[in-house]
Design a binder for this molecule. Structure first.
Ligand code: FUB
Length: 350
């Protein structure tokens, strides 16, 4: 019920925002956050700066006529497009289909939120998709161009599971993958290390530590994990792990990592409470200390973002459902991310 009230407030706030035509923040962001793509539905935008240009790797939402359920069956996507922008309020170029599910030999259904990385003179596209047994795995595909087309490896990354890969290369050149998502993202099904298909949402143990996102160092070839995956532990200010029942703060899905002035910022969606939250650490492995919400709910159920620095300013790419009003037909947007002098993130009220 709490979550429905919040969504209602968010929708009313959004309606009044739209009615007055939005607000003007400054000259480097658009006058109001408009959908960046209007001919397709796009979501989960992972943005990167490669060779001085912004590239966006989103999900490509489609109307597949699958009924909505708590496991996200209605998100039945089948390919990826890559987009580029020379500047933040500039033209958005669609580079066409970068990877199609029919070209991933092990894939079954549901191509969800991807991410990309550059190393070894190669671009890597990381993507979660259910295998033919309906278990989410993370695949990797390569290209010599940031816009693809990408060629998928013949099998998922060994030892990978769940969804929402976010790949971060540290200032020392080491690359890490953060991943995971509960409920439809299946993270809870792996909590013993073995897959248990009967766990549909979470573990139902509200007073125990929340399920954690995962982090793993990538091998130099970027195609495999270099070590066993670890938990991304999020602690409160007293050093206690966030609890599973703490739906306003605990990790749900949509991890992202960025580094600012030597600190690691782990940001994520709280899922059923629809916030974007963040936690910080001195290490890419954590433990991370919870810092707060930095974006209030958008329209639509899901909340998924990425954060980049471009020409000395920071931006958040995210999605809402302005164009369709439907949870599974989303549109990506960009907005400036502001910080307080101590590095903490200012709250965005969409
Ligand atoms: O796009 C499908 C799923 O919805 C993503 O993987 C989640 O992060 C949520 O945005």
């Amino acid at each position: 019920m709490i979550s429905y009230n919040r969504k209602l407030i968010s929708i009313l706030a959004w309606a009044s925002f739209s009615a007055v035509g939005g607000v003007c923040q400054n000259t480097t962001t658009p006058a109001s956050p408009k959908p960046l793509v209007t001919d397709l539905y796009t979501a989960d935008p992972s943005a990167h700066v490669f060779n001085g240009k912004i590239y966006i790797y989103p999900s490509h939402d489609i109307e597949a006529n699958v009924p909505q359920d708590d496991e996200g069956g209605h998100f039945d996507m089948r390919d990826y497009h890559v987009y580029s922008m020379d500047k933040i309020d500039g033209k958005v170029t669609d580079h066409g289909v970068a990877l199609d599910i029919k070209d991933v030999p092990w894939a079954g259904r549901q191509m969800w939120a991807p991410d990309a990385a550059y190393k070894n003179d190669t671009y890597y596209l990381y993507f979660p998709v259910k295998d033919k047994q309906d278990v989410f795995r993370i695949g990797v595909a390569t290209s010599k161009s940031p816009t693809g087309p990408f060629k998928a490896e013949p099998a998922p990354i060994p030892g990978s599971f769940s969804i929402d890969p976010a790949v971060f290369t540290d200032t020392d050149g080491t690359t890490y993958m953060y991943f995971g998502g509960i409920w439809g993202g299946q993270l809870q099904r792996w909590h013993t290390g073995e897959y248990n298909a009967s766990l549909k949402t979470d573990l139902g143990k509200d007073n125990e530590p929340a399920l954690s996102a995962k982090v793993v160092r990538m091998s130099n070839d970027m195609l495999t994990f270099a070590e066993p995956v670890r938990d991304v532990q999020i602690l409160d200010k007293n050093g206690k792990p966030l609890l599973a029942g703490d739906h306003d703060r605990r990790f749900f899905e949509g991890a992202w990592m960025h580094k600012y002035q030597g600190r690691y910022y782990f940001s994520y969606s709280t899922g059923d409470t629809h916030f974007l939250a963040y936690a910080t650490s001195d290490s890419p492995y954590g433990p991370f200390t919870y810092q707060g919400t930095f974006m209030e709910p958008v329209t639509g159920w899901t909340t998924h973002h990425s954060i980049i620095e471009f020409k000395g300013r920071w931006y958040i790419f995210y999605h809402d459902v302005e164009r369709s009003g439907k949870t599974h037909l989303r549109n990506i947007k960009v907005w400036e991310l502001k910080r307080k002098p101590d590095g903490s993130l200012e709250l965005i009220k969409p």
